[in-house]
Design a protein around this ligand. Structure first.
Ligand SMILES: Nc1nc2c(ncn2[C@@H]2O[C@H](COP(=O)(O)OP(=O)(O)OP(=O)(O)O)[C@@H](O)[C@H]2O)c(=O)[nH]1
Ligand SMILES: [Mg+2]
Length: 282
C-alpha cells in the first residue's frame, strides 16, 4: 500500500503549510468525527509542533453521539480544547467562537490581529467551516504581504484574521483498513482503493455495528439479507436500486457508488467508523 499518493502535491502542500504556519496564532484542526484518529495526519502534528490549536470533530451529525462523546473525552486529555461540530449548521458557531475568545493570544507585539488558519485532510469540511466563519464574522477582506501568493487574510470581528485557504495534507494511510475507512468518508481517491472494495468494507462494518436495520429500511432489503456476504448484499442493493449492466447482471461498481454516496449524506443513519477501544493497547 502506498503511504502517500501524489508525493509531489504532498511536498508542495507541506511547504506551503510550513510557510504559512509561522504567521498563525491559532490553528483550527479539522478531523472527521466518524474517524477521529485516522483522519489525523501525524506529519501535520509534527509540523504544527506546539502551535496553539482547537480540534474540531466535524460532521458530528453523521457520527454516533455516544462514541463522539467518548472521543471528546479522550481527545480532551491532550493539550488542546476539542469540540464536536456540524459545519452544515450555524448553531455550533457560538461554542466555537467562545473557544476562540478563550484561546486568543495575549500580549501580541505591535497590537496586531490574532491570526487563524484551518487545516486538515481532504473532504473533512475545511472550506465549509471557513465559509461559516466568514458568513457569521467577516468584516472585510484585504490582501496582505508576507503570505504565500494566492492566499488572503479575511478580517473577522473581535480582532481576528483568518487565512482564506485551508492548509491541507493528504491523509496518512497506515493499513488497508485505514485506506478503506478513509475512502468511505471521501478522503482518498478511488484510484487507491476502489468503490467496490470500499463499499463491501462499509457493509461489513454496518453489520458488525448492528446498524443493518436502517440500511435494510433505506434499500427495502429483507432481514435475512443481513446474513449474506458483503458482495451478495451489494448485489441486493443494486437490484433494489436498478443498477444493472447490459445483459442483466448487477453493476456492482454503480451499486457501490450509490451506497457510498448515501452513506456520506447520512441516509443510512449515524455511523462512527472507529471506536476508542480499537486503539487500546494491544
Ligand atoms: N453532514 C455534514 N456534511 C458536511 C459537514 N461539513 C462539511 N460537509 C460536507 O462535506 C463535503 C466536503 O466539505 P468541504 O468543506 O468541501 O471539505 P474540505 O475539507 O474543504 O475538502 P477539500 O477542499 O476537498 O480538501 C461537502 O459536501 C460539505 O457539504 C458537516 O458538518 N456535516
Ligand atoms: Mg476545500
Amino acid at each position: 500500500m502506498e503511504k502517500s499518493w501524489y508525493p509531489g502535491l504532498m511536498a508542495r502542500e507541506e511547504r506551503r503549510l510550513k510557510e504559512n504556519i509561522k504567521y498563525i496564532d491559532l490553528v483550527l484542526e479539522v478531523l472527521d468525527a466518524r474517524l477521529p484518529m485516522t483522519s489525523r495526519n501525524y506529519r501535520l502534528q509534527k509540523l504544527l509542533g506546539s502551535k496553539k490549536r482547537l480540534v474540531i470533530l466535524n460532521k458530528a451529525d453523521l457520527a454516533e453521539i455516544n462514541l463522539t462523546g467518548r472521543w471528546l473525552e479522550i481527545l480532551a486529555r491532550e493539550k488542546w480544547p476539542v469540540l464536536a461540530f456540524n459545519a452544515r449548521k450555524m448553531s455550533g458557531l457560538n461554542r466555537l467562537e467562545k473557544l476562540m475568545v478563550q484561546n486568543k493570544p495575549r500580549n501580541l507585539q505591535y497590537r496586531r490581529s490574532s491570526r487563524l488558519m484551518v487545516v486538515g485532510i481532504p473532504n473533512v469540511g475545511k472550506s465549509t467551516i471557513i465559509n461559516r466563519l466568514v458568513r457569521r464574522f467577516a468584516v472585510r477582506t484585504g490582501e496582505r504581504a508576507g503570505i504565500t501568493r494566492g492566499s488572503q487574510w479575511i478580517r473577522l470581528r473581535d480582532g481576528w484574521e483568518m487565512l482564506d485557504t485551508p492548509g491541507f495534507l493528504p491523509p496518512y494511510i497506515k493499513s488497508n483498513v485505514n485506506a478503506k475507512a478513509l475512502a468511505a468518508i471521501g478522503c482518498i481517491d478511488f484510484k487507491v482503493v476502489d468503490e467496490e472494495r470500499t463499499a463491501k468494507w462499509l457493509l461489513k462494518k454496518i453489520i458488525a455495528r448492528r446498524k443493518f436495520s436502517s440500511l435494510a429500511k433505506y434499500y427495502s432489503l429483507s432481514e435475512e439479507d443481513a446474513n449474506k456476504n458483503p458482495a451478495k448484499l451489494l448485489d441486493e442493493i443494486g437490484v433494489s436500486r436498478g443498477c444493472f449492466k447490459k445483459g442483466g447482471r448487477v453493476d456492482r461498481t454503480k451499486a457501490a457508488q450509490l451506497l457510498l454516496r448515501d452513506f456520506r449524506r447520512g441516509e443510512l443513519g449515524r455511523l462512527s467508523l472507529e471506536k476508542p477501544e480499537d486503539y487500546e493497547e494491544t
